[in-house]
Write a protein that binds this ligand. Structure first.
Ligand code: HEC
Ligand code: HEC
Length: 566
């Protein structure tokens, strides 16, 4: 062997060693792979974006995929940190223990007719998911999704059970799940054909307040059938196509413009502290699991966040005792925007997570990963590590939801959600019954549900909605609604009921304001009836995103689609 060859062999071996060093990253994060059976097209991604942000895909018309996956918070749910309804009681079923999970609110438990049922855990209000939301951004790199990996590589049409994509379809498999979950988006007993029927009768994004100009340009006021035709060649709205469209949109949602990506490309962009933090990250084997550009091995580990019996994680899928409590390693990209952390959302800050790893986790089990052990980091090292986990991993386009992360404004983010205000009158047990009014008061909404809870079980209840506050004594009429029901449940404060109102498809209703209360026949509070606080709403017209062209406005003209046309 010549000296030249020897030298190049040594050089090659050295390169190989470098490449094999854990955490050695060599390239900027590329776009996620596309399965052969579902190549990415603009039409499919646009359709997927409309579906992802359309709250009409949920039984109550109040929850879209995007409700729990907001780009400005890294594709995670900002409500987890702020909304009391985000709390799930965990395995013991009781609120207020260490096993509680900080998660995401979905829909109230609803039946197929749109009436609300009482959930044993959440009553009449929105139910929370059992785990913290995982980001839908950068989700296209793994061959299995969810904390336990139950959304698999092979995509099977949930209606026909035909294998649509033999591999590479984890996003597609995942996307068809939440639509038929009676916690996240669906009603009790929902099947996927119910979802397809709902999509077919909905005007795309009719409840969204506005949408990015490019998306409006593409929608042009067309029906979902027309949009499916453009994306897939024929107008059929099928489960496979819903999954493939949403997955296509999600494949456009990846963040590779972080300082870390520039650093990988050789850029001198990290501060000395961030660089030191990168050193702490590698020296303490964080990159054994949070590896490669995506900062995840997509594998399952028990790290001692909770006792393994609390949430058996991967074992739910494999049945293997050794998988008990294992969760899929989350990517660390955009971590800073995505609090709270871990599958149970129990850590509010990155510093809390660093402390968790520094003490070697909080619980032990036979299958705990040996790399999670006490690290004895100095305060300086902890600070450096936290600094590395923040700015360097965060794509600056997310916070302001810049393209491609721009999106429609949800109904629930608008001022259109009914407002509950004022005082009511108590009934038995000195309990004031409470109203529920969440759903879009939209012209032509065939199922606008309002409910009452915390009332006397079995009592008669009267719903009155009128153009003035009907007051604290039941009136004799109501122009919008006047309906009596018998409450379900037994005992003080345990009664509940709901009414499903069809709002006429009459444009003259748009802009009218209404006030509603429930009157429960219950003398236990001293008077003759218990009364809820008032709920107030203004009926809005279905937003016809096509009007902007009919009216000759530029699609970038906000006024053109926020004000409805006659
Ligand atoms: C009510 C809140 C909520 C809604 C609505 C919701 N999700 Fe999620 N999403 C979650 C939660 C919670 C998880 C984690 C659940 C688990 O792992 O058990 C999750 C996980 C995911 C993941 C997995 C990411 C990963 O890396 O494993 C993707 C992708 C995703 N959701 C996309 C969607 C899509 C698409 C829709 C609409 C069809 C949707 N979500 C609707 C809360 C929600
Ligand atoms: C043995 C594999 C493994 C090692 C080593 C590891 N992690 Fe993790 N990491 C995980 C898993 C798995 C989770 C999710 C655990 C859960 O929620 O139960 C996680 C969660 C996290 C989270 C929360 C992310 C989120 O979206 O909620 C952060 C931050 C984190 N790890 C940082 C680190 C740091 C810093 C180190 C090194 C000190 C480290 N990890 C070492 C596997 C690992």
């Amino acid at each position: 062997m010549s000296r030249f060859h020897l030298r190049s062999t040594i050089f090659a071996a050295l390169l190989l060693t470098l490449a094999l060093l854990p955490g050695h990253v060599t390239a900027q994060l590329g776009p996620p792979p596309e399965p052969a059976g579902n190549p990415l097209t603009t039409a499919k991604a646009n359709l997927g974006k409309a579906l992802f942000w359309d709250e009409q895909t949920s039984s109550t018309r109040t929850v879209a995929c995007g409700t729990c996956h907001i780009p400005a918070t890294g594709g995670d749910d900002p409500r987890s940190l702020t909304d009391p309804l985000a709390l799930h009681p965990g395995p013991d079923g009781l609120f207020g223990g260490a096993d509680d999970v900080v998660a995401s609110p979905g829909v109230p438990l609803t039946d197929a007719t749109g009436k609300y049922l009482s959930s044993p855990t959440f009553g009449l209000t929105e139910q929370a998911t059992g785990r913290r939301t995982i980001s839908s951004i950068n989700a296209g790199y793994s061959s299995s999704l969810f904390w336990d990996g139950r959304a698999e590589d092979e995509f099977v049409d949930p209606v026909t059970m035909a294998v649509i994509l033999p591999s590479g379809g984890a996003l597609e498999s995942q996307a068809v799940g939440p639509l038929v979950s009676d916690v996240e988006m669906g009603h009790a007993g929902i099947v996927f054909t119910d979802v397809l029927a709902r999509i077919a009768v909905s005007k795309p994004l009719a409840v969204a307040l506005d949408a990015p100009a490019e998306l409006l340009d593409w929608l042009r006021g067309r029906s979902y059938a027309e949009l499916f035709e453009e994306a897939f060649g024929t107008p059929e709205i099928t489960a496979a196509r819903v999954g493939m469209a949403i997955a296509s949109y999600e494949r456009t949602q990846f963040t590779n413009q972080t300082p870390f990506d520039e650093f990988i490309l050789g850029g001198d962009v990290l501060t000395p502290q961030e660089l030191a933090g990168r050193g702490v990250f590698v020296a303490n084997s964080c990159d054994r699991c949070h590896e490669l550009e995506i900062m995840s091995d997509h594998d399952f580990h028990y790290t001692g966040v909770r006792p393994p019996d609390d949430d058996i994680g991967r074992m739910e899928v494999t049945g293997l005792e050794d998988d008990k409590g294992k969760m899929r390693t989350p990517s660390l990209r955009n971590l800073e925007l995505r609090a709270p952390y871990m599958h149970n959302g129990r850590f509010d800050t990155i510093e809390d997570v660093v402390e968790f790893y520094n003490r070697g986790g909080d619980f032990d089990a036979r299958n705990k990963d040996p790399f999670v052990r006490p690290l004895m980091l100095t305060q300086q090292e902890k600070d450096d590590l936290a600094a590395f986990l923040k700015r360097p991993l965060t794509d600056p386009r997310l916070a302001g939801e810049e393209p491609p992360f721009h999106r429609p404004t949800l109904y629930t983010e608008s001022g259109r959600v009914p407002v509950i205000e004022g005082a009511g009158l108590p009934g038995t047990g000195a309990i004031v019954p409470q109203p529920v009014a969440l759903e879009p008061p939209m012209v032509g909404n065939p199922g606008f549900t309002v409910a009452v809870y915390d009332a006397l079980g079995g009592a008669d209840a009267l719903l009155v909605i009128d153009d003035v506050d009907p007051g604290l004594t039941s009136p004799i009429s109501g122009d919008f609604a006047f309906e009596s029901i018998v409450l379900e449940g037994a005992g003080a404060g345990a009664g509940f009921g709901s009414v499903n109102i069809a709002i006429a498809n009459d444009p003259a209703l748009a802009g009218t304001e209404w006030f509603g209360r429930w009157y429960v026949t219950d003398a236990g509070g001293g008077g003759t009836e218990a009364v809820t606080p008032v709920f107030r709403f203004t009926v809005f017209e279905q937003i016809d995103h096509g009007d902007i062209f009919i009216d000759g406005f530029e699609s970038g003209d906000v006024g053109a689609w926020t004000s409805s046309s006659p």
